[in-house]
Structures are given as structure tokens and as C-alpha cells.
Design a protein around this ligand. Structure first.
Ligand SMILES: Cc1cc2nc3c(=O)[nH]c(=O)nc-3n(C[C@H](O)[C@H](O)[C@H](O)COP(=O)(O)OP(=O)(O)OC[C@H]3O[C@@H](n4cnc5c(N)ncnc54)[C@H](O)[C@@H]3O)c2cc1C
Ligand SMILES: NC(=O)c1ccc[n+]([C@@H]2O[C@H](COP(=O)([O-])OP(=O)(O)OC[C@H]3O[C@@H](n4cnc5c(N)ncnc54)[C@H](OP(=O)(O)O)[C@@H]3O)[C@@H](O)[C@H]2O)c1
Length: 446
């Protein structure tokens, strides 16, 4: 969606742009934000893409992800709160892309199966399945932009004797809502955002006990009663999990919050990112262009502090490379650039340094394009304040409000606290102050 918007922006400023085709395997756009209740396979028999769950709200302030050239004010016409639920964020990204008039560039229900590069012609032949009409097509392209995300193929580690666990064992990718964990003792394996948020969602929905098991380091939040952290699981014995510190507990259900794999089955291996989820995956010039074949570009391949505005910065940069507005250096110069950034990344040793690293990365991209520069240092401050809010109270951080660096608008305080809100719909979110009855109905967390 960012790439389509970037080319449209160049076109509306008088540039000639190439023919563009966007293949999207789902029936609509929005990627992760295009929520589905399904797990496993979709109605075409394709692996379900989105890992989002029904009650997901933004886990960072919207002021940190806002597009620089399509603000929340422009979309909603009034200030809203800092942590919208997923339907509201989908509305925002859909609104911008729809306003760009680019939907006709997208072939929906088209799954890219394979891409073959011809060294002689320097062109790609893509094989694509039209899922609705059950037809296989081939098309030839000069450049490809891979925008398939990297939070869809679960990383599923094995644990000794986990097959003896009698309850359900799922990965966070299959988690759709925490209501079913009410009254249960839940084990979440992993120590990052999925464990944190599925943990507090489950607490909100009445789980009896939530245990999070970390491999490297505890998250260290001041967890509410009934939620805590333990080290790595060493083995299972039926419903009992034993941890590496020798303690053990009994559980009713397990959710593997163990992250995702970079996986691009439609590309040959020598064109695929092979990296853990980090801020500078190897093999990408300026974090986007495949070093071994610079006609392949990836958007959003990094781990993400910044999201939507970083994707824009990348899309504008890739667009300008493709339009010839930015010169592509030779392979040696590109490698030197990659090495310098990897070296800088190797010095990053804590979260503030990581946010600043990503801000510097975005600044470097925007500096070279006509994407509106925004105050990245202020966004870094917003991220640091967000981290502080989470430390002070993990259950109330989503009730805080931030100022937009794009418009100066102060966010509103949402009419209902996150912990008390049981209706995450866009309609409810945008409704004025709910009636006393509605508020009371919502204000009964488990
Ligand atoms: C559970 C979860 C919660 C998140 N919450 C937040 C949040 O609160 N705030 C935030 O800023 N970010 C959040 N993110 C980060 C999220 O990654 C980004 O916000 C964003 O959705 C990434 O966009 P993307 O376009 O790179 O990838 P995606 O959103 O994953 O979109 C990729 C698209 O590619 C399509 N596709 C894949 N393979 C093919 C193929 N072979 N052929 C055709 N089409 C294909 C998919 O159908 C999908 O539409 C969250 C991520 C996850 C997993
Ligand atoms: N809006 C929201 O509320 C929300 C909710 C959920 C997720 N998200 C987004 O989803 C994305 C992915 O987050 P994520 O938490 O799923 O993935 P992640 O950030 O990549 O973290 C993966 C976690 O799994 C652990 N892990 C991996 N292999 C393991 C093993 N063998 N044993 C034990 N632990 C293991 C890792 O531990 P180590 O630290 O030891 O590597 C790490 O803690 C992020 O962008 C996040 O923001 C957002």
C-alpha cells in the first residue's frame, strides 16, 4: 500500500511511472490488519496470513506510526486517542490507500507462487495463481517489490515431551481471542510483544493464572496479581511444565509466543532474506534493496519500532531508485554501506539505542526523497515515554495520550479505559461518551 501510494504521489506531481501490478493473495488489502477469524487455511485453502486477534489494540502510540502525508486528523476529522483498536487502524490505512485511487492496480485473490530471474534479459517471470478463477498466469517484470511481511510463518520450537500435554497447544499466529482462557491456567512461551499482550488480554478476560516463560530475559513489568514470569521450559510431563530453575507448574493451555520466520516460498533461496527478526537483516542495501540482485526490493523486512511511516520512507526510496531519481551505487559501494550500518547496529545494546538506530535509518531514507521529513527525535521521545508508561503500569499504558509530531494535535483520552473496554469495534470506539449503562456494562473486567 505504501509503494502504490509512493508511485501515485510521483505521478500526481507529473512524473511518468512504470506499469505496476500488485498481487494480493487475500480478498482485500491491509495485510495483518485485514483480520480473519480463520486459522490454518483460508477459504481458498491458502495458509492464513494474519496473526491478529479480535481484541487487538495498537501496542504503540499511533503518534509513532502516523503517516507524514496523511494524518489521523485528516482521516478522522477530529482528534482520537493514542491506542486505537485494530479496526480503527485498518480504517486509517484503507482510507489513505483508497484516497490514492490505486485499488485498480491490485489483483486480489492472486497468490504469487514463483519468481524466475533471467540473467540475459534481466527480467523476472512471475507465476501467479488467480485463486477465484482457478487459473495460473505468468507475467514478466523488470523489478519486484516484496511486501509480504514477516509475521505470518510461525517459529514453532520443540520442547521435550510436549506431546504429552493434554490441553491445547497453539502458536500466537492462531490466537484469536482470550475469552476461552477464562478460569484457566495459561502458559505463554516467549518473552516479547506477543507474550506480553496475549498475557494481559488473557488476564483481562479472566484467566485464572498467566505464566510467561522467557528464554533470554524477563520482560520485567509490574504484572498484576495472577500474572508472572518464569525462565525457559525444560520439559513437559502431561499437564506439568518444568522450568530450567527446577520449579514446575500445572497448566490447562499453552500458547507459543515464539515469534515468526522470514519465509518467502515464492523466491529462490538465493533471493530470500535469511535472518532472525532484527533491525538490519543482512543482504539488503539501505534495508530494502537485495544486494545480490538490486532489482528485488523488500519493504518492512526489519523488526519494527516504527511501522507505517517507516514503510513509507522505504517505499519512497525504492520508488526513486526505480524511477532513476536516485542512483544505485556499484556492488562494492553498496556492500561498504551495508557493512557500515551493520557495524552501527552491532553497537546497539539497549532499547533506547535501538529506537534511535531505526530513527536514523528512516532519516537517511527520507533525506533522499520528497517524502515529508518529520521530527524523528520527537518520535523517539514518544517511544521512550511509552516504554516508561508500560513500566509504570502495563494495564493502563493504553489509556495515556500523546501529541502528534505531524499536526501538533493532542490525542484525546478514550471514553473507556482499555481494561474496562470489552467492545473493540470501530463503531464503539468512535462513539461519543457511552451512556452510563453501556459504560457500566463494559466496566466489569474479569
Ligand atoms: C499480531 C501482530 C500485531 C501487530 N500490531 C501492531 C501494532 O499494534 N502497531 C503497529 O504499528 N504494527 C503492528 N504490527 C506490525 C505489522 O507487521 C505492521 O503493522 C504491518 O502490518 C506490516 O505490513 P506489511 O505490509 O509489511 O506486511 P503484512 O501486513 O503482513 O502484509 C503482507 C501482505 O502480503 C500478502 N501476501 C503474502 N504472501 C503473498 C503471496 N505469495 N502472494 C500475494 N500476496 C501475498 C498478504 O496476504 C498480506 O496482505 C503487528 C504485527 C502482528 C503480527
Ligand atoms: N498490537 C499488539 O498488541 C501486538 C501483539 C502481539 C504482537 N505484536 C507485534 O507482532 C510482532 C511479533 O512479535 P512476537 O512477540 O510474536 O515476536 P518477537 O518479537 O520476534 O519475539 C519472539 C520471542 O520468542 C522467543 N523465542 C523464540 N524461540 C524461542 C524458543 N525456542 N524458546 C523460548 N522462547 C523463544 C524470543 O526469545 P529471545 O528473546 O530469547 O530471542 C522472543 O522473546 C511485533 O512486531 C509485535 O509488535 C503486536
Amino acid at each position: 500500500m505504501a509503494a502504490l501510494r509512493a508511485f501515485k504521489s510521483a505521478e500526481s506531481h507529473g512524473s511518468e511511472v512504470p506499469d505496476i501490478v500488485c498481487y494480493e493473495k487475500q480478498d482485500d488489502w491491509g495485510g495483518q490488519w485485514n483480520f480473519t477469524w480463520r486459522t490454518g487455511t483460508d477459504h481458498y485453502g491458502e495458509p492464513v496470513h494474519s496473526s491478529m486477534y479480535r481484541n487487538l489494540w495498537s501496542n504503540g502510540p499511533k503518534e509513532a506510526l502516523e503517516f507524514a502525508e496523511y494524518t489521523f486528523d485528516e482521516h478522522f476529522g477530529r482528534p482520537i486517542s493514542s491506542y486505537p483498536p485494530r479496526e480503527v487502524l485498518w480504517d486509517y490505512i484503507d482510507g489513505r490507500a483508497s484516497q490514492s485511487g490505486v485499488k485498480d492496480k491490485v489483483l486480489f485473490a492472486h497468490a504469487v507462487r514463483w519468481s524466475e530471474f533471467d540473467d540475459e534479459t534481466q527480467k523476472f517471470t512471475l507465476t501467479v495463481d488467480d485463486l477465484r478463477h482457478k487459473k495460473t498466469l505468468t507475467e514478466v517484470f523488470d523489478e519486484i517489490i516484496v511486501s509480504t511481511g514477516h509475521f505470518s510463518f510461525p517459529n514453532v520450537p520443540d520442547f521435550d515431551d510436549i506431546e504429552t500435554f493434554p490441553g491445547e497447544v497453539i502458536h500466537a499466529h492462531e490466537f484469536r481471542g482470550a475469552e476461552r482462557f477464562a478460569g484457566q491456567r495459561l502458559l505463554l512461551i516467549g518473552g516479547s510483544y506477543s507474550a506480553e499482550d496475549i498475557g494481559i488480554q488473557s488476564h483481562k478476560m479472566g484467566a485464572r493464572q498467566v505464566t510467561m516463560s522467557y528464554r533470554s530475559a524477563p520482560q520485567g513489568f509490574a504484572w498484576p496479581e495472577g500474572v508472572d514470569e518464569v525462565p525457559q521450559v525444560s520439559r513437559f510431563d502431561g499437564s506439568v511444565a518444568t522450568f530450567v530453575d527446577g520449579t514446575s507448574r500445572e497448566f490447562d493451555a499453552v500458547v507459543l509466543c515464539t515469534g515468526y520466520l522470514h519465509h518467502y516460498p515464492f523466491l529462490p533461496h538465493d533471493a530470500q532474506i535469511d535472518s532472525p527478526n532484527n533491525l538490519y537483516p543482512t543482504g539488503l542495501y539501505r534495508g530494502v534493496t537485495w544486494q545480490a540482485n538490486p532489482r528485488i526490493h523488500y519493504l518492512g523486512a526489519q523488526d519494527q519500532w516504527f511501522t507505517f511511516n517507516m514503510f513509507d520512507a522505504q517505499a519512497w526510496f525504492v520508488r526513486d531508485l526505480i524511477l532513476g531519481r536516485i542512483e544505485l551505487p556499484d556492488a562494492a559501494a553498496r556492500q561498504a554501506h551495508i557493512d557500515a550500518w551493520l557495524d552501527a547496529y552491532s553497537q546497539v545494546d539497549d532499547d533506547p539505542a535501538a529506537v534511535r538506530f531505526q530513527a536514523d535509518y528512516i532519516r537517511d531514507l527520507i533525506d533522499q526523497t520528497d517524502y515529508p521529513m518529520f521530527d524523528l527525535d520527537e518520535v523517539v521521545d514518544t517511544f521512550l515515554a511509552w516504554k516508561k508508561d508500560k513500566k509504570s503500569n502495563i494495564l493502563t499504558y493504553r489509556d495515556q495520550a500523546y501529541r502528534s509530531v505531524m499536526t501538533g494535535t493532542m490525542a484525546t483520552v478514550h471514553h473507556t479505559a482499555w481494561l474496562a473496554e470489552l467492545d473493540d469495534s470501530r463503531e464503539r470506539y468512535l462513539s461519543a461518551q457511552p451512556t452510563a449503562d453501556e459504560a457500566q456494562g463494559a466496566a466489569e473486567p474479569a
